[in-house]
Design a protein around this ligand. Structure first.
Ligand SMILES: Nc1ncnc2c1ncn2[C@@H]1O[C@H](COP(=O)(O)OP(=O)(O)OP(=O)(O)O)[C@@H](O)[C@H]1O
Length: 697
């Protein structure tokens, strides 16, 4: 059966076409989609570099470029280009299959030849060349083919290697970059083979089997199931994540089955959410529900759940989407408790309950806030039901020592507060989660077959216990994604301690699809150097975190006064909008609500419409906390001064609890990191007076 495939370049070029040309592309594809007669529509170009590369007429001015099979039966839509560019493309490009990795590659042979001629005299004059230390045999084993080798032997400086990047097969260039950075042949191979779609490198590579090569290259090419799927892809040309996954994302999301819980970590923007959504789609596709909803895709807040629902809707069509229940974990908890108790569930925040905790703390010598934190971070977190349990527990993360007498006093005060809450019918979300988990455990009821948790790094342990209780232990029970560097609520959990064993099923993503390398490198500096422990109790590092995108360095602006800073912000935002950035693709974050309000007022005075962070129709403004999980083309983070970042009154005093103080400081760093890594193209950070100690350099 002939098959159709699509190249990522085709989709991104199609996305930028005017409507009438798009329509013409669709009409052309309609004719072409009967692949048994596809060849009839294709034109061979004289002087084509690669006889398999043909063109197809779209309009008088536009042509599609198609890779047609010589052997095999896979046609690939490569690009859509203005007439002359299409012919230029065909005269210069050659497709190949990487001899070691088996992935599909394309090169601009014309430019490589010209470059070789330019480099020849430079190489002859040089004493030493860049890759003199590597034998041909070793380079071949890494997938460097004869033609590339010719040019590789002419490279003298790393700049030459940079210069040939746009014309080279990417997979071969990556290997050369690894070697040039000082890696051994073995290390370079390890690096390259990590990004294969299969666990093992392919054993037999057929250089003519384009179909197999396409399957091994999910980040640039995808086989399309038929005309309907092609239409569906073209309907969402800006959502490349639906069709083209990084090989590691693909390998994680589409592995047929896992023996137990899976954990996916990775820096901001590396596609953890995308991978979770694809995994949900995979599970939905292969699962025949008995009764009830089998799959839960959950996250931290309602607005993040809303975004997940939207993404899933783009990937999974009705009626399959009904197999996936998308809701935030608090809502799941409330529903379990409501169903079991039959009553309403009134939930309050710490701030709303503080008066009650202050009253309970009276005469203990402690503050209501301390007491509340002790309850939430120690008693609820460890699910301690008795005074004895509390007296004997380890108060992880709460460094200040409490003697037995003090602990007794705390326990009694907590009892007073929680009884009062019960009398008033009030609960907190972690408390509801604890109740929900207890109900499910008691009844032995498991409402879901599979549970996927996004933004998992911020879940309270009680919510983790709920997650554990929602699905029966077994294959594909849990799939969690998170990044401990983005932990902005101080809930540190050890999955192992919660009975969730991810050993051998822990995966890491490292390529950011969101922010430029310049933004990433700067933002990582905000995190500081303290070791960060992951959900699996191992240290989590961002050493291999990088981006393929390049752009301007983040701008850090200092002002004398807050007013001057807000004026500067208004000017920056106006400039972005003047340069064509949609207002709702601009996000502005401040540390506190009142600072965000001042931003809104100042922008309004400058005639700039604003809305909330999850809104649309204006520049989106809010707190750094509210930035969690969102994404913007341009981000401004304001008020990053010593008085506000870190926010002193959110830090446990060092003398009261040095460990908690350290954690709080890290949490504040993470918060700034989260806000900054929401930016795709541009990041502007500003402060007035003294700069925050977290700002790099
Ligand atoms: N394979 C892909 N192809 C194209 N775009 C992708 C791909 N994977 C992710 N993206 C895009 O990169 C951005 C970040 O992806 P995503 O939100 O999944 O990352 P994340 O790791 O969950 O981020 P964060 O931890 O910051 O919330 C999104 O715009 C997403 O559409």
């Amino acid at each position: 059966m002939p098959q159709l495939a699509i190249d990522k370049d085709f989709l991104s070029r199609y996305a930028k076409l005017d409507k009438p040309v798009r329509k013409a592309v669709e009409d052309t594809l309609e004719r072409f989609s009967d692949l048994h007669h596809a060849g009839q529509h294709l034109e061979k170009v004289t002087q084509a570099r690669d006889p398999r590369v043909r063109t197809i007429r779209v309009t008088r001015d536009w042509r599609g470029v198609v890779l047609a099979p010589e052997e095999g039966d896979t046609y690939m839509l490569v690009s859509v280009l203005p007439h002359d560019e299409a012919y230029e493309y065909v005269r210069n490009r050659r497709f190949s299959v990487n001899t070691a990795l088996g992935v599909l590659e394309v090169r601009d042979e014309g430019r490589m030849e010209t470059m070789s001629q330019v480099l020849q005299p430079v190489a002859q004059a040089a004493q030493q060349r860049l890759f003199d230390g590597f034998r041909d045999r070793d380079l071949h084993a890494l997938g460097i083919d004869e033609q590339t080798l010719t040019i590789v032997r002419l490279l003298v400086e790393e700049e030459h290697l940079d210069a040939i990047r746009p014309m080279m097969p990417a997979s071969q260039h990556n290997v050369l970059v690894a070697l040039a950075s000082g890696m051994s042949v073995d290390e370079a191979w390890h690096e390259a083979s990590r990004d294969l779609v299969d666990e093992e490198p392919p054993a037999d590579i057929d250089p003519n089997d384009l179909g197999a090569a396409i399957r091994r290259t999910p980040d640039r090419a995808a086989v399309v199931d038929g005309p309907e799927e092609l239409r569906d892809i073209l309907e969402h040309p800006f959502d490349a994540w639906r069709t083209f996954l990084h090989p590691r994302q693909h390998r994680i999301a589409y592995r047929p089955s896992y023996g137990g819980p899976v954990m996916v970590t990775g820096g901001a923007g590396t596609g953890k959410t995308v991978t979770a959504v694809h995994r949900a789609a995979h599970l939905a596709g292969r699962y025949t529900p008995p009764d009830g909803t089998p799959i839960l895709l959950t996250t931290f807040t309602t607005s993040l759940a809303e975004a997940l629902r939207h993404q899933l809707g783009l990937l999974v069509r009705p009626p399959l989407d009904e197999r996936v229940d998308v809701r935030n974990i608090d809502k799941v908890a409330v529903e379990v408790v409501r169903d079991a108790t039959g009553g309403t569930v009134e939930v309050r925040s710490e701030r709303e309950l503080l008066w009650l905790w202050e009253e309970a703390a009276r005469d203990t010598g402690l503050t209501g806030a301390f007491l509340f934190q002790e309850w939430e971070h120690v008693i609820l977190a460890q699910d301690l039901g008795t005074e004895r349990g509390y007296l004997q527990c380890q108060r992880r993360g709460r460094g200040s020592r409490l003697g037995q007498q003090q602990r007794r006093a705390v326990w009694q005060a907590v009892l007073r507060a929680t009884r009062r809450m019960a009398d008033e019918g009030l609960r907190t979300f972690p408390q509801v989660a604890q109740e929900a988990a207890a109900i499910l455990e008691r009844e032995g009821h498991r409402p879901y077959r599979h549970v996927l948790v996004d933004e998992a790094h911020d879940l309270h342990p009680a919510k983790w216990r709920l997650v554990r209780a929602l699905a029966p232990e077994g294959p594909d029970d849990l799939f969690v994604t998170g990044d401990p560097h983005q932990r902005i609520y101080d809930h540190r959990v050890s999955l192992a301690a919660l009975g969730i064993n991810v050993r051998g099923r822990s995966h890491r993503l490292s390529v950011s699809y969101r922010s430029t390398q310049e933004i990433l490198s700067w933002a990582v500096g905000v995190l500081g150097s303290a070791p960060v422990s992951g959900l699996d109790d191992l240290e989590d590092r961002l050493d291999d975190y990088s981006s393929l995108l390049r752009g301007r360095r983040p701008e850090v602006a200092a002002y004398e006064t807050r007013e001057a800073e807000l004026d500067g912000l208004a000017a920056r935002v106006a400039e972005w909008v003047e340069h064509g950035v949609e207002p709702d693709a601009v996000g502005v974050a401040a540390r506190t609500r009142s600072a965000a309000d001042s931003v809104r007022k100042r922008l309004a005075a400058a005639g700039v419409a604003t809305t909330k962070l999850t809104g649309s129709g204006g520049v989106r403004v809010g707190t750094m906390h509210g930035m969690k999980g969102l994404e913007f083309r341009c981000v401004a983070v304001v008020g990053v001064d010593a008085g506000r970042v870190p926010l002193d009154h959110h830090l446990t005093p060092r003398e009261e609890d040095p460990v908690a103080h350290g954690h709080d400081l890290q949490r504040e760093r993470n918060l700034l990191f989260v806000a900054c890594t929401r930016a795709r193209d541009a990041l502007a950070v500003s402060y007035s007076g003294e700069a925050s100690p977290f700002l790099p350099g």
